[in-house]
Design a binder for this molecule. Sequence first.
Ligand SMILES: *Cc1c(COP(=O)(O)O)cnc(C)c1O
Length: 366
Amino acid sequence: METLEADRVYNFNPGPAMLPLSVLKEAQAEFLNFNHSGESILEISHRAPQYAAVHEKAKADIKELMGLGDEYEVLFMTGGASTQFALLPLNFATKEHPGTYVLSGSFAEKSYKEAAHLGIGTIAASSKETGYHHVPAQDELKIDPNAAYVHICYNNTIYGTEYHYIPDTHGVPLFADMSSDMLSRPLDFSKFDLIYAGVQKNLGPAGVTLVIGKKALFEKSPEKLPTMFRYSTFLKKDSLFNTPPAFNIYMVGKVVAWIKEQGGLEVMAKRAKKRADLVYGAIDASNGFYRGHADKDSRSFMNVTFRLPNEELEKKFIAEAAEHKLAGVKGHRSVGGIRTSIYNAMPIEGAELLADFMEKFRRANA
Ligand SMILES: *Cc1c(COP(=O)(O)O)cnc(C)c1O
């Protein structure tokens, strides 16, 4: 288990987030001379064999962890998850076959808005009216059988809710934004047609977006779209049509190899549960001093959101947490309160310290 070095803090920011210390150290050690090339990974040609090995290994490891076969491909794109919000409808939706969206939080809304802006997005379900305390359940989904795809946001980073089931879409292709819970637990990923994630929450430095989907789907990009807007371009050219964000892909490759070394997604899930149990435990034992946002059956294992009795206390909580090496616990500007993000690389002891701090703070201020 990794522990903290003296001058580092536990970073509870929602993203960019903590990376495994061993990965940072490896990158540091290789920084000036990558794999005997005499160059830094920042300088090397994306056509060099040393880079090709990094690119292919990262892809293979991601597919292996997800248990996906040959019918799937891993694309490395740029522009963050936010660019995918627009590319998905542009590539796959039409007026006759719109993309249909399940609204479960801020990012789900943003993705829907891109499709709606083009006149090719509809809403399959929404938990907005009830304040996004839960993700819509299977029996709340009204799926248009004519839709090109159903889009869900698997983990709602801002509200702190997460799916704990895979929706049955009755044969309509299922797309998921997994930016904030990518590779945090095993799932039957073959139930999804397309999964995407900006990597800066769980898997690496901001700058590359993973898009994992069925090859047959990627091939459907309309030729009328600009070259770099088509998934088919990335598929055909192995994400090397133009210069990829090589350093970011290299870092993702290292994090993915680290996940494998640690024991894979089962181990990530066990640790995530341990961390989440600690923090939710502190909320549940607080006699209402901490009020969790998420309904219990929709609680996120990655982002724990809660309120204190008033904003003064929240400010005090944030300031005192920072003095205990607990950084970045402030809630999103749009909803306020406290949000503690506990992704793959957060050591268990970080969650223990946080739970302990929460208990002491409550006793001192309740
Ligand atoms: C952070 C986040 C985004 C936005 O990602 P960018 O890479 O910054 O565009 C989208 N969806 C979810 C679920 C997120 O957590």
